[in-house]
Design a protein around this ligand. Structure first.
Ligand code: HEC
Length: 159
């Protein structure tokens, strides 16, 4: 009896997995346009671009570099949730629409998150690896420099 129930549950599980494959989240794939305005303003070196691409843009821009397993539900749904949440907090593709104050603040947060090792999220570093100390220093130096222009603009407008 128990065996039979387990067998039915097994079939139902497989059926559920097949059925959820039909839920296909819309892909977050705007291409290079997604970073253009942000990079034009914050002027990352090619090294910084490399770090951002490999560790941050996937959840913080309109372009995600999807791994093959992102095609498979429920992973695809779980990824979509992370990307949506990440973009709510910081979306470099919307950089042009952020106020100077917000840009400055987001870079400040970026420095903090990187310093404290909160970003990238743990669930991401399982697969992609964590940032090296060198990567962290490089990111923080770039963000600190990029903030200067916004700080100056804020000071000028306060006068
Ligand atoms: C797997 C997705 C993912 C990756 C990869 C990722 N983040 Fe995030 N990020 C999030 C989510 C989700 C949040 C909001 C929840 C939280 O703070 O934990 C967030 C929050 C942030 C915030 C806070 C914004 C604010 O105003 O509070 C900053 C800054 C940030 N991330 C920067 C980065 C940087 C820099 C990297 C790369 C080194 C990175 N993130 C990689 C998903 C991600």
């Amino acid at each position: 009896m128990i065996k039979k129930v387990l067998k039915i549950l097994g079939y139902l599980g497989i059926l559920a997995l097949i059925v959820i494959q039909f839920i296909r989240p819309e892909k977050n794939e705007a291409g290079y346009e997604a970073f253009k305005a942000f990079e034009a303003e914050t002027k990352p070196s090619s090294e910084v671009v490399g770090i951002l691409k490999a560790n941050c843009y996937d959840c913080h821009s309109n372009h995600t570099n999807y791994p093959w397993y992102a095609e498979v539900a429920p992973v695809s749904l779980w990824l979509e949730e992370h990307v949506d949440h990440g973009k709510d907090e910081l979306n470099v593709s919307e950089w042009a629409s952020y106020s100077v104050k917000k840009k400055d603040h987001k870079l400040e947060e970026l420095i903090e998150e990187v310093e404290e090792g909160h970003m990238p999220l743990d669930s991401y570093t399982w697969i992609h690896g964590t940032l090296s100390e060198d990567d962290k220093t490089t990111l923080i130096q770039w963000a600190t420099l990029a903030r200067l222009q916004y700080k100056t603009q804020l000071e000028v407008s306060a006068q």
